[in-house]
Design a binder for this molecule. Structure first.
Ligand SMILES: *Cc1c(COP(=O)(O)O)cnc(C)c1O
Length: 229
């Protein structure tokens, strides 16, 4: 727990420095600690250290942790992984924000259905694919507007902004500049959708320089991940 506290403090101070270097205020930034593959006990320790935003990328694992930690009701669960449409309704039950919306079928699966009393508004990010590989997840940047128009019409969805992972083999700052440009296009359709979910352990400084508002940081805070089961 002491090492965890030290890593968390170190990352928080690097975020503050990077924000200052970018002429921004660190209070504009939400740091999501990515806890995938780690046990619920780690999330509990993070909560005790003041963390309120956690990120998970696999439905079954996330659902089990959220259920185990239901008493920590001030935690916000962010779903950041690829999502099958047939799991969408279940993910919505425990996730407040889904960062990986990348196709109309997933929008429809997350949208509110009449008559379901448990149906709440879900916040979403539209995920961009910055690679040429469709298997990576995310919508091709040139198809962002069409997806956004679909999502903006869907009942029970609130579009917060764009999300992306910097591809290997590209300088992260250049990749995040492309994300910022896509964000500008989204905002011309939806002025409130100004959030940018970008930046991981290795590249959050570059993401902050290009306007990221939501950082998804795993190993720099949690230490290395256990092998997935
Ligand atoms: C795992 C993951 C992260 C965190 O990665 P680290 O390199 O451990 O910081 C961020 N975003 C997504 C989509 C992830 O799957």
């Amino acid at each position: 727990m002491r090492e965890l506290a030290e890593r968390l403090a170190a990352v928080r101070s690097e975020i503050t420095d990077a924000a200052r270097a970018a002429g921004r205020d660190a209070s504009e930034l939400t740091t999501i600690v990515v806890t995938k593959f780690h046990p619920a006990s780690l999330v509990r320790e993070l909560h005790a250290l003041g963390v309120r935003d956690v990120g998970e990328n696999r439905h079954q694992e996330a659902q089990a942790k959220a259920a185990e930690l239901a008493a920590l009701d001030d935690l916000t669960w962010h779903f950041i992984g690829q999502l099958q449409s047939n799991k969408a309704r279940q993910v919505k039950r425990y996730s407040h924000i889904v960062h990986s919306v990348d196709r109309p079928a997933l929008v429809d699966a997350l949208a509110r259905r009449d008559g379901d009393p448990e149906d709440e508004v879900v916040e979403v990010f539209l995920q961009l694919n910055l690679t040429d590989d469709p298997a990576r997840g995310g919508v091709a940047p040139e198809r962002l507007e069409a997806l956004a128009e679909h999502a903006l019409r869907a009942p029970g969805l609130r579009v917060r902004g764009v999300m992306a992972v910097a591809p290997l083999g590209e300088e992260p700052r250049a990749a995040f500049a492309r994300v910022r440009e896509a964000s500008d296009r989204l905002r011309s359709l939806a002025p409130d959708a100004r959030a940018i979910s970008a930046g991981m352990s290795g590249d959050f400084r570059e993401a902050i320089l290009e306007g990221a508002t939501h950082l998804r940081i795993g190993t720099a805070i949690t230490g290395s991940r256990p092998t997935p089961r």
